[in-house]
Design a binder for this molecule. Structure first.
Ligand SMILES: *Cc1c(COP(=O)(O)O)cnc(C)c1O
Length: 377
């Protein structure tokens, strides 16, 4: 049988195409000696702020720190509640919990995988201070109703944009904004496999608010805006210069990378269209999609069998996420015993993500679709 070599993410294939620029820039950075907070870090944050059309981009060490720093900058206090999806990567709720905040777990729409204002509103209490929408797999949450809700209840909005950089959301009046720049603060991750990935850890925080930008900057830099003058208790969360060089190169290709992901997603969609056991990704009309993940719902309870079958055919696949947050031991103290959310439960049993990345070759994608179709024959 034909053997293929496909990975969920192909960082080496991508590197080969930009190697000369990357290598030259890394060496120049090392030779400059400015390894932390070098001029390239400022240059990259300037370029990213242009790309996102947001006033301030404050780089930091990773996407989890970015969330924590956002909560710190908003002045949230232990015991404050933040509403976040139960269906997300652990970091979203963890960054809140480590500050003593209470993550209130919200169910998600079973078709878009994202929180909506309908699921959020009933969870709002006197203690609620913020909403943390996550633009999961690369598609925006329906932000307009969420922003209206935040206004009505006087809540802050922190967008976890780790999976959706470059995704565009359009308001009903046709105003369009990139995700991460809609709420009070947006955060992202440059983890290598993210759509804009470094060759190590990295993250960033965005805001249009000058006052918040100052607080974010302080929180990420030991509480200082002048060396050895510490105004608040902060943390140490920096993007190093070498990662900034890499990101600066890759940012130029981000739209192209996201376009490639869309082409591949369309190929999959067409191939699976007629299979009634498969639900292909559903996109709301106000959002584009950057397909950080291409995630199917398998409707006949055979998700695990499909995963196994693909594995036997050398095709990797992933379950994002196998266990809802409220079933994690670490988060058990935030929920009553036996707590379950209907849609989140269903998703944990039905979703599967297929390889989608900027270097996936057509022949390999054809092989993957052929095998998936074969499974449902
Ligand atoms: C990756 C990710 C994070 C965390 O980013 P790190 O850089 O790994 O800390 C946070 N939220 C979501 C939704 C993510 O996918």
């Amino acid at each position: 049988m034909k053997k293929i070599n496909v990975q969920m993410v192909d960082l080496m294939g991508q590197y080969d195409k930009i190697k000369s620029q990357i290598d030259k820039n890394i060496i120049n950075t090392i030779r400059s000696g400015k390894l932390i907070n070098g001029p390239i870090v400022r240059e990259f944050s300037g370029n990213l702020s242009k790309f996102l059309e947001v006033k301030h981009v404050i780089p930091c060490a990773n996407g989890t720190d970015a969330l924590q720093i956002a909560f710190m900058a908003l002045g949230l206090e232990p015991g404050d509640e933040v509403i976040c999806p139960a269906w997300t990567y652990v970091a979203t709720a963890e960054a809140a919990a480590i500050l003593g905040l209470i993550p209130v777990m919200c169910d998600v729409n079973p078709n878009t995988f994202n929180v909506t204002s309908e699921y959020i509103e009933p969870l709002i209490s006197e203690k609620t201070k913020a909403i943390v929408p996550v633009h999961l797999y690369g598609q925006s949450c329906d932000m307009e109703p969420i922003m209206n809700l935040a206004k009505k209840y006087n809540l802050k909005v922190v967008e976890d944009n780790a999976q959706a950089i470059g995704c565009k959301y359009t308001y009903s009046d046709c105003e369009a904004k990139l995700t991460g720049t809609i709420g009070d603060i947006g955060t992202t991750s440059f983890y290598p496999s993210k759509n804009l990935g470094a060759y190590g850890d990295g993250g960033a925080i965005f805001t249009n608010d000058d006052n918040l930008a100052e607080k974010i900057y302080l929180a990420a830099n030991h509480g200082q805006n002048k060396r050895y003058h510490h105004k608040i208790i902060g943390c140490n969360s920096r993007l190093d210069s070498i990662q900034a060089e890499i990101l600066n190169v890759k940012l130029k290709y981000l739209n192209e990378y996201n376009n490639n992901r869309n082409i591949m997603a369309n190929n999959y969609n067409l191939a699976f269209e007629a299979i009634k056991e498969i639900q292909t990704p559903k996109i709301i009309k106000n959002s584009t999609h950057v397909y950080h993940q291409y995630t199917l719902k398998i409707l006949n309870n055979k998700r695990d069998e499909l995963k196994q079958y693909l594995l036997e055919n050398d095709i990797p696949s992933m379950i994002y996420y196998p266990i809802p947050l409220y079933k994690q031991e670490a988060f058990s103290k935030f929920v009553e015993q036996g707590f379950e959310l209907t849609n989140t439960e269903e998703l944990s049993k039905s979703v599967i993500s297929l390889p989608i990345h900027t270097e996936l070759e057509n022949s390999n994608q054809d092989y993957i679709t052929e095998k998936v179709l074969n499974f449902f024959k």
